[in-house]
Each structure stands twice: as structure tokens, then as C-alpha cells.
Write a protein that binds this ligand. Structure first.
Ligand SMILES: Cc1cc2nc3c(=O)[nH]c(=O)nc-3n(C[C@H](O)[C@H](O)[C@H](O)COP(=O)(O)OP(=O)(O)OC[C@H]3O[C@@H](n4cnc5c(N)ncnc54)[C@H](O)[C@@H]3O)c2cc1C
Length: 535
């Protein structure tokens, strides 16, 4: 069996695990990240991508609101290429309790969130698609964050500083010695290989799956999964984040992202045995569209591209199993202190927004355990790609002869790393995905440098297949390129293609009507009838 020796194993390649790996690397601690699917496969890749200003928590949870605004300012500096500074609006509709808006203003002031009350006309000027019936409006420093880019940039930075990354590798048990946890056993699903990783410390950053990891050491801990569903519409119906000024409820937020907009979200409690189901119910789609229409009436004229859901990793440390003391904040558990099991920490809860802070708190505790005296610097050191901001004009000047939209899209997704993507032969400028302007060079870069191993991974790194056609015209080109570059044998490339299309179908199946159904039929003809791809 293959064995690896390291200082710290981080289980889980979501934002929390990726950020933790990077923090360890920046403090000079050797780390190995183990992720059973792909980076950002879990809840990190299944949320709104809202860069919270904190205003959504300002009425009920001031502590979270303060954490959010503080991290919001840090992330703008260190993760610029993953963030769009869209700004945000809170608007109240005639049916909304006017008192809530007053409390929101007071809460934002107390939490130190820069807000500004604006007139209805000003709000409609900023966002012409808004319901003209709105009564009040205020701006807040919300933004959007691409969770795939954010997690991948953390992993890439850690790897460039010496960390090891094992994606598509599942932890199957903890290695338990007399002195507690001394490592993990895992299985590399692509290479079909068992691996043992020995370490001084294991960090469980597996989000909602954390309970399963604790089970390996017979540690009792209760997770209370809460599912949230969202729908994506086929263009940016809004350019600024729009929140409804009322108590958190279904269908109260519109978030623009890249070429599309999404409407969120629902909240449904799940029993723990259903965390893998990840299906969006018909009534959730109905409520999102009908409540969404109240904020932006034009939603009725858009096409829904897909629906998806994520599971909030809510956790309770009390032995009670009724979930009364569930925490919505950051939960860091030292299992030596709580359960008498040395060598294991669990980090869960929090938000995408607070991933860096969660990592900092975890690595601070890891340093105490390992006897390392190094301070956190993740709030100061930019992520790869975010070292400096370059204007579109300058980028276009730097790459004469390449389509402006290719240059802008590549810079938008990879920031300063654009130099590693567009500085090569002309052939690499050929488009693989027209919806998202993804080039052959970008796909090759992701395969070689960003730990992408199949087309679904490529989607997370480059947005291949995420635009209006949902992979119809780009998936076979990406599969062909993988075969050409030696990343998949011929038959394997066909399997990878089939898996990708099945994965995409999960999100389109719940919304198959009208134009979406017509587009799907076309995809079916291309792949089944023309290319002969069958089950
Ligand atoms: C509907 C919804 C909307 C949200 N919107 C926002 C938002 O707009 N802004 C925001 O800041 N936050 C938002 N959140 C919260 C945020 O998404 C999560 O708090 C955050 O992404 C959790 O990240 P994580 O890394 O802790 O967990 P995850 O992203 O779930 O990562 C855990 C990883 O562990 C891996 N794993 C599990 N078991 C194993 C194993 N045995 N071996 C190896 N790997 C394993 C999984 O595959 C997974 O990739 C939202 C959450 C939901 C549900």
C-alpha cells in the first residue's frame, strides 16, 4: 500500500479545507488535502456565491454580521479575481413589514456595515428590472464570489508552497493508535489505489459529512442538515445583488454571477441519512419563481437554466439530539478536549464568506497542538491571480490579435494567471465553449495546473458547460481535447463525456419545460443520435 508521511491531513476540499491547507502552507507546516470528489464539490459549490456585507444577519445575528463585513473587506484585497464588486440593494415591497426595514438600518449601523438609504427612483435607475412598487431601498457592500475559483486558488497556492493534493480520493477510516488519531486510510478512485497517510494531526473539514468522519473514531456529534435550493436563469437579469427587506424567507435574493443570475433560496430540514440525495423539489422551484417575480416581475419572461441545492452543515455539540442548540456560527472542536481523542480537530458551520477566518482559527489551534509558533498571514497575502488588478483596456493591449471577449473572460476567471494561459501558440486560442468564451488553452491550463481530472472538474475551473447551452456544444470538444492531451484514453474520454452529461441532466431535469426542454432535446440529438453516445 502507498504511504505518505506528513504533519497535517486536511479532509475535505471545500472552501474551509482548501483555506486550511493554504494557511498551513503559509506557516510552513506540511499538509495533505484529501477530497473524495473534486475541489468545491460539496456545499462550497452549491450556494449563492454571495459575498455577504453582513446585512442579511444584521437584525438577528450581529456577531455573524460583524464577521461577514470584516471578511468582506479582507477578501476584496486578497481574492480580487474571485470577486465581483457588484454592490447590493435591500428593498421592501408593499407586503413587507415596514418595521423590519427600520431594524435593518439600525442593525447595519451597529455592525459597522456601510449602508445608504436611497430613493425608489434611484433604486430603479440602478436596477431597472426591479418591481416599480418597491417602497424603500438601501445600498450595502454586498458582492459576489465565485466559490470554485476561490477554493481552487487556495489549493493551488498551497500546492505551490509544497502541500499535496489528493482529489477524487475518499477517506475510508481514521488510523487510531493508543494516543488517538495518527492518520487516515483512503482510496484514490481514479487510480483505484489504497493509500495510508500518517500525520501528527487530522483536520476534519468535511462540512455536512463531518459526522461520518467522527463516526470512524466513535465520537458522538450531531449534524442537522438543512437543504437550500436555487434556480439559475439564462442571463443577468440584475447586475447588483438584490435582497428583500424582510425576515429571511424563500425566494428573497437575486445574485448575478458571470453570465447568469440566480434566485435563492429555500430552507428544508433533512434527516442525516438523506444528505446525498440533493434533489430539488417541484414546489421549491414554484416558490422561488413566484416569490422571485415579486422582486423582479420580468422573471416570468426568462428561461430557467437549471435548479440545484446545497446542504448547510449545521452542528450541535450538546448530547441532546433535538437540535435546540444548533449553531449557525463557526464551530471548531478539539476532540482531545471534548472527547479524549487526541490528534483530531473538526471545523464546521460558518459560511463560504468566513472560510478564511475558519481556517485561521483552526490552524491557530493546530499550531498549539504541534508546538509551532507562526502567525496567520492569509489576510495579507493575495491568492494566485489576485496579485494586482489590471484594467480590461490594458489586458486587451497586452494580447493583440486575440478576441477581446476571450481576453476579458480569461482574465475575469484567472486574474494575473492569464499570462500562463494566453501566452502560447495561436491554436490554443480556439474556442471550446462559446457561451463562456473558454479556449483550448484554458482547458489545457486547468488540466495541467488546477487538478482537473474530468469534464465536471473542468466545469468548476473554467465554466465549460455552465452557460445557456449547458454543455451541448462544448462537452464533446472538451472530451476530445482531454484525449488529445493524453488525459484520457479514447474509451475513457467517452465515459467522462457520458458522466458529465448525466451530471448536467440532474440540474436540468427539474426545469424541463418550454425552451429548456427544446434545448435538451437538441442536446439529446447531438449526443445520442449524431454521436451515438448511449447508456
Ligand atoms: C443553499 C445555500 C446557500 C448558501 N449561500 C451562501 C452564500 O451565498 N454565501 C456564503 O458565504 N455562504 C453560503 N452558504 C454557506 C456555505 O456554502 C457553506 O457554509 C460552505 O460552503 C461550507 O464549506 P465547507 O468547506 O465547510 O464544506 P463543503 O463545501 O461541503 O466541503 C466538504 C468537502 O468534504 C468532502 N468530503 C466529505 N467526506 C469526505 C471523505 N470521507 N473523504 C474525503 N472528502 C470528503 C466533500 O466531498 C466536500 O467537498 C450557503 C449554503 C447553502 C446550503
Amino acid at each position: 500500500m502507498k504511504t505518505i508521511e506528513t504533519d497535517v491531513v486536511v479532509i475535505g476540499g471545500g472552501a474551509t479545507g482548501s483555506g486550511t491547507l493554504r494557511d498551513l502552507a503559509l506557516r510552513g507546516i506540511k499538509g495533505v488535502l484529501i477530497e473524495k470528489h473534486d475541489i468545491a464539490y460539496g456545499t462550497t459549490g452549491r450556494n449563492h456565491g454571495l459575498l455577504h456585507s453582513g446585512a442579511r444577519y444584521a437584525v438577528k445575528d450581529k456577531h455573524s454580521a460583524r464577521e461577514c463585513i470584516s471578511e468582506n473587506r479582507i477578501l476584496r484585497n486578497i481574492a480580487g479575481h474571485c470577486i465581483e464588486e457588484t454592490g447590493g440593494l435591500f428593498v421592501s415591497l408593499p407586503d413587507d413589514d415596514p418595521q423590519y426595514h427600520e431594524e435593518l438600518i439600525k442593525g447595519c449601523a451597529e455592525a459597522g456595515i456601510d449602508f445608504k438609504e436611497i430613493s425608489v427612483n434611484e433604486a430603479l435607475n440602478i436596477e431597472p428590472n426591479l418591481n416599480p412598487e418597491i417602497r424603500r431601498a438601501m445600498t450595502v457592500p454586498d458582492g459576489t464570489v465565485d466559490p470554485f475559483r476561490l477554493a481552487a486558488s487556495n489549493v493551488v497556492d498551497a500546492a505551490e508552497r509544497g502541500a499535496q493534493v489528493l482529489n477524487h480520493t475518499q477517506v475510508t477510516s481514521l488510523i487510531l493508535g493508543q494516543d488517538g488519531v495518527t492518520g487516515v486510510k483512503c482510496y484514490d478512485k481514479k487510480k483505484k489505489e489504497e493509500i495510508e497517510v500518517h500525520a501528527k494531526l487530522v483536520i476534519n473539514a468535511t462540512g455536512v459529512w463531518g459526522q461520518q468522519i467522527c463516526d470512524f473514531a466513535s465520537i458522538p456529534i450531531n449534524y442537522f442538515p438543512s437543504k437550500g435550493s436555487m434556480v439559475i436563469i439564462d442571463y443577468r437579469i440584475n447586475n447588483i445583488v438584490i435582497n428583500r427587506s424582510r425576515k429571511p424567507a424563500d425566494g428573497d435574493i437575486f445574485v448575478p454571477g458571470d453570465t447568469v443570475s440566480l434566485i435563492g433560496t429555500t430552507s428544508r430540514n433533512l434527516t442525516y441519512d438523506r444528505i446525498e440525495e440533493l434533489t430539488v423539489d417541484d414546489d421549491e422551484i414554484e416558490v422561488l419563481l413566484s416569490d422571485g417575480e415579486q422582486l423582479i416581475p420580468n422573471v416570468s419572461n426568462t428561461r430557467v437554466l437549471r435548479a440545484y441545492c446545497g446542504v448547510r452543515p449545521l452542528i450541535s455539540l450538546s448530547p441532546d439530539v433535538d437540535g435546540r442548540d444548533i449553531s449557525r456560527g463557526i464551530v471548531l472542536v478539539d476532540h482531545e478536549e471534548r472527547d479524549g481523542v487526541k490528534g483530531l480537530l473538526t471545523i464546521a458551520g460558518g459560511k463560504l464568506m468566513t472560510y478564511r477566518l475558519m481556517a485561521e482559527q483552526t490552524v491557530d489551534l493546530a499550531c498549539v497542538k504541534l508546538g509551532v509558533d507562526k502567525k496567520c498571514t492569509t489576510h495579507l497575502v493575495p491568492l494566485p491571480g489576485s496579485e494586482k488588478k489590471v484594467s480590461d483596456e490594458e489586458n486587451i493591449r497586452n494580447y493583440p490579435g486575440i478576441s477581446e471577449s476571450v481576453v476579458s473572460a480569461t482574465y475575469f476567471r484567472h486574474g494575473e494567471r492569464i499570462h500562463s494561459i494566453l501566452n502560447r501558440d495561436k491554436r490554443s486560442y480556439g474556442l471550446i465553449c462559446e457561451c463562456e468564451m473558454v479556449t483550448a488553452g484554458e482547458v489545457e491550463y486547468a488540466l495541467k495546473n488546477l487538478f482537473a481530472k474530468d469534464i465536471t472538474d473542468l466545469r468548476r475551473r473554467t465554466r465549460v458547460g455552465m452557460g445557456p447551452c449547458q454543455g451541448e456544444l462544448c462537452a464533446y470538444r472538451a472530451a476530445g481535447l482531454m484525449a488529445e492531451l493524453g488525459n484520457a484514453e479514447g474509451v475513457e474520454a467517452a465515459d467522462i463525456l457520458r458522466e458529465f452529461l448525466e451530471e448536467r441532466f440532474k440540474g436540468t431535469k427539474p426545469i424541463l419545460w418550454g425552451d429548456a426542454l427544446r434545448e435538451f432535446e437538441f442536446t439529446y440529438w447531438v449526443y445520442q443520435s449524431l454521436l451515438g453516445l448511449s447508456e
